[in-house]
Ligand binder design. Structure first.
Ligand SMILES: C[S@@+](CC[C@H](N)C(=O)[O-])C[C@H]1O[C@@H](n2cnc3c(N)ncnc32)[C@H](O)[C@@H]1O
Length: 491
């Protein structure tokens, strides 16, 4: 991040603007909306600014800029059409530690002014650190059309209720729940649509009722959302998963959950890592179950985040059994399992009319004692088999399948870090794939797909992982995601 984003309270604070033209007028309009005391220095003013000066809204100093004008100012804006003057203003402001903006010159500026959507008191600021002003404008336009006009009225109504809510709901996490259900609820929707006036007696009464209900409801215990985070690309997260992440007080996550997905949790949520990692102490399943129960009993909303889908080789069932035994309420949010995600991003359809009419997901932990796999079943033709956790057992799997009659030239593929920027796909046959995978030094997580469908990778591959950007901007807006995904389509 190149700039630190802040909202600055400027009410009655002195600000210097150098320049009296249209550009200066635009900035002054904004400064006045924020309540600043504006002094403009310029040899002449455009008609709009002259009118403002005449009306006493701004102070006008007739003449050229001189450094002493900066003394005691909170901010300075240089908006003349002369680069040398702007540079001089910037230099002098810097010397005096007065934050300065030179319009359209980020090199000379200490701060830049974002594009805004004003629904005061809600103000949304968008900036691109000066890199892509047109993109910033497009985003602003989209926000402008997306954010209800009466948002500010709703925010003011919420503000007027704050202290009453604080008084009656002591616990911060319960208060947050109250506000979430308030903003998602009927009153908010009526105020936003104009069906209800924020300051009417009727709205007051309805609010009283809701607050009363919530005071009682807010003593309820915590709950757990068991959420599938998908195989890595945050764009594959479901909307429901996103919501669970943003509502959670605590997020418990595994090794396979990507950083980008975790970033979507609420900023102030506690994040607890419960996966396995080299060098880190291993948290046992029993400890995870106990932790989930304890946190829920403390009244927390817990998001238990698992790679892929929580019910597919994820031990999600065991965690829910522990919660059910303690009477703790939970929900399950399915995720895109690695097989679906990796196959899609590798251009390998898991079923195909010509090649595979059946599909099996198998755990690759299948050696010696742990081998409970029905190899004869998997050896039947016309099917695809996906092995999870099979990387370390690749030779064994290939040998077992061949021993049960699968031809050595049966197509197969290993996908490493599927759906992520680092994705790699190694294809071959049962006979040669193990050696190819070792030669490529494939690392976990990796998924093995066995079946003739794997041959389709050559023609259907589309995901250009080397060009892939990691998307961080998510939302229901397909445009935003599509813009980010452009670089991912292979030629
Ligand atoms: C314990 S299982 C968890 C499966 C997960 N619940 C799911 O539905 O995808 C872990 C295995 O999933 C596979 N896996 C998960 N994410 C993957 C990814 N991004 N790329 C390749 N394989 C992945 C690997 O085989 C890994 O060893």
């Amino acid at each position: 991040m190149d700039y630190f984003p802040i909202f600055l309270r400027l009410s009655t604070e002195p600000v210097l603007v150098v320049g009296g033209g249209e550009v200066a007028a635009r900035k002054i309009e904004l400064l006045l909306r924020a309540g600043a005391r504006v002094t403009v220095v310029a040899p002449e003013l455009n008609p709009e600014l002259a009118a403002r000066a005449a009306a006493g809204e701004i102070e006008h100093i007739l003449g050229e800029f001189h450094p002493e004008l900066l003394d005691g100012k909170r901010l300075a804006i240089a908006a003349t059409d002369k680069h040398s003057v702007n540079a001089w203003v910037a230099h002098q402001a810097e010397r005096r530690n007065v934050p300065v903006n030179v319009v359209d010159d980020r090199e000379l500026s200490r701060f830049i002014v974002p594009a805004i959507v004003d629904r005061s008191p809600v103000v949304v600021a968008v900036g691109s650190s000066g890199e892509a002003p047109v993109l910033t404008r497009r985003l602003r336009e989209r926000l402008e059309s997306f954010l209800p006009q009466r948002l500010g009225i709703l925010a003011k109504l919420a503000g007027s209720l704050r202290s009453a809510v604080k008084e009656r709901i002591a616990r911060p996490s319960n208060r947050r729940r109250f506000w979430e259900s308030f903003f998602d609820g009927e009153i908010a929707s009526d105020v936003l649509s104009g069906r209800a006036e924020a300051d009417s007696e009727e709205t007051r009464k309805r609010l009283e009722g809701v607050l009363e209900d919530k005071v009682h409801a807010s003593v309820r215990p915590g709950e757990v959302a068991l959420v599938g985070a998908g195989p890595g690309d945050p764009g594959l997260l479901t909307l429901r998963a996103l919501r669970a992440l943003q509502n959670a007080d605590v997020v418990l996550y595994d090794r396979l959950v990507s950083e980008e997905v975790l970033d979507l949790a609420r900023r102030d949520a506690d994040r607890i890592y419960v996966g396995k990692a080299a060098g880190a102490a291993h948290v046992s399943q029993q400890e995870i179950n106990d932790l989930l129960v304890r946190l829920a009993k403390e009244g927390k909303r817990v998001c238990r985040l698992k790679g892929g889908d929580p019910f597919i080789f994820g031990r999600g069932g065991e965690e829910l059994e522990a919660l059910a035994a303690e009477g703790i309420s939970f929900e399950v949010v399915p995720g895109i399992t690695a097989a679906a995600g990796c196959a899609a991003y590798a251009g390998i359809p898991l079923t195909h009319r010509d090649h595979a009419q059946a599909l099996t997901f198998v755990t690759g932990h299948c050696k010696g004692e742990t081998d409970r796999v029905d190899w004869a079943l998997l050896a039947r033709p016309g099917q695809t088999t996906v092995f999870y956790m099979g990387l370390g057992h690749l030779e064994n799997i290939a040998a077992k399948l061949q021993a049960h009659g699968v031809p050595a030239d049966r197509a197969a593929a290993v996908i490493e870090e599927g759906t992520r920027a680092e994705q790699r796909v190694v294809t071959g046959t049962l006979a040669d794939l193990p050696a190819k995978v070792r030669a490529a030094d494939v690392k976990s997580p990796a998924l093995l797909i066995v079946g003739e469908v794997a041959r389709l990778h050559d023609t259907l591959r589309w995901f250009n992982s080397t060009a892939a950007q990691r998307p961080t901007l998510l939302g229901p807006d397909a445009w935003a995601y599509a813009t980010q995904s452009e670089g991912r389509l292979s030629a």
